[in-house]
Design a protein around this ligand. Structure first.
Ligand SMILES: Cc1cc2nc3c(=O)[nH]c(=O)nc-3n(C[C@H](O)[C@H](O)[C@H](O)COP(=O)(O)O)c2cc1C
Length: 150
């Protein structure tokens, strides 16, 4: 699977009086009408229960300059991950991170158990887009895609 190049997101949620976030590259599109997306969360991750209970999530699509955020949200405590972050709150208080190139504010429409992960299918309630190249991930390295015809 590491040969398949993906973008990189930080998925967040606000529930039980605190913010939760994790780096995620399993994010993908599902449906255009209605707009639906998915990502899969490892069942043994510490934040698994919080993401399921939250009933929704915010997908933050990282820009090419945000490798540090990808690393920060893949380790440490939740307090350490959000320390010093500028946040904007979505419809259900799920946090948007500063400087991302796109965001999707979602409510969980369906949860599909699949092996050691749960697939969290979300309906997009709101979204935003900013200019900039996305951060890419393949073979355990971060990079940036350049168009072949440029
Ligand atoms: C580039 C990258 C992509 C990742 N994608 C996922 C993912 O799609 N689903 C997942 O459960 N974990 C993914 N992880 C691992 C989680 O970010 C990491 O295990 C998580 O932050 C652990 O937090 P927790 O146990 O405190 O919940 C990814 C890590 C990296 C570096």
């Amino acid at each position: 699977m590491s040969c398949f190049t993906t973008g990189v997101t930080v998925v967040t949620a606000h529930t039980q009086g605190q913010d939760w976030g994790m780096t995620c590259n399993s994010f993908n599109t599902v449906s255009l009408d209605p707009a639906m997306v998915l990502w899969s969360v490892r069942k043994t991750s510490h934040s698994h229960a919080a993401f399921v209970k939250a009933g929704g999530y915010m997908v933050n699509v990282l820009g090419a300059q945000q490798k540090d955020l990808a690393l920060k949200f893949a380790q440490g405590t939740q307090e350490e991950r959000f320390a010093g972050q500028d946040l904007v709150r979505g419809i259900h208080q799920h946090p948007r991170l500063d400087g991302v190139i796109a965001w999707f504010d979602c409510r969980i429409a369906q949860i599909v158990s699949a092996g050691d992960h749960d697939i969290l299918i979300g309906e997009v309630l709101d979204f935003g887009v900013h200019t900039g190249h996305g951060l890419a991930y393949a073979q355990r390295s971060f990079g940036v895609l350049a168009a072949l015809d440029e």
